[in-house]
Design a protein around this ligand. Sequence first.
Ligand code: 4NP
Length: 158
Amino acid sequence: MSTSISVLVVCLGNICRSPLGEAVLKHVAKERGLDVTVDSAGTSRYHIGEDPDDRSVSVCKSHNVPIKHSARQVTQEDFRRFDYILAADEANLRDLTRVQPKDGKAELRLWGSYLDNRAIPDPYYGGLNGFEEVYKQCENLSNAFLDKIFGASTQSVE
Ligand code: 4NP
């Protein structure tokens, strides 16, 4: 039986971590042959309409992972549309809990809860190496999440 799921990755600005997480999760799911729809959003309004940060784009490019997104703010409708909403850090999770509607079906969790309970640190004020760290963390988190939902037997063979 093939399962199809939808996932929304959420951070604060929706220009650094979550568009990177969206790109990596899409890429890893595709490599594993899994049917996963992925989008991303921010809890804030700060960067609505902006492209991903140049450093997120550069790290994705270096790994040959396509990245394309226009920043948007999370909506109550997202809780009705998506199966899973994955928060980058605890502040994002707290803010999401505040706007979560009663009739939302999405499972809302810290993305790190599928692996090691670690938050994805905000790389905005740091250098490119912080973005490379976020990339690796998103790769590990994507695999941990997909293992949990689809089973570890769907891991791709390198
Ligand atoms: P993100 O990074 O939440 O990973 O997109 C940030 C981007 C912008 C700001 C903070 C975090 N900001 O304060 O403008």
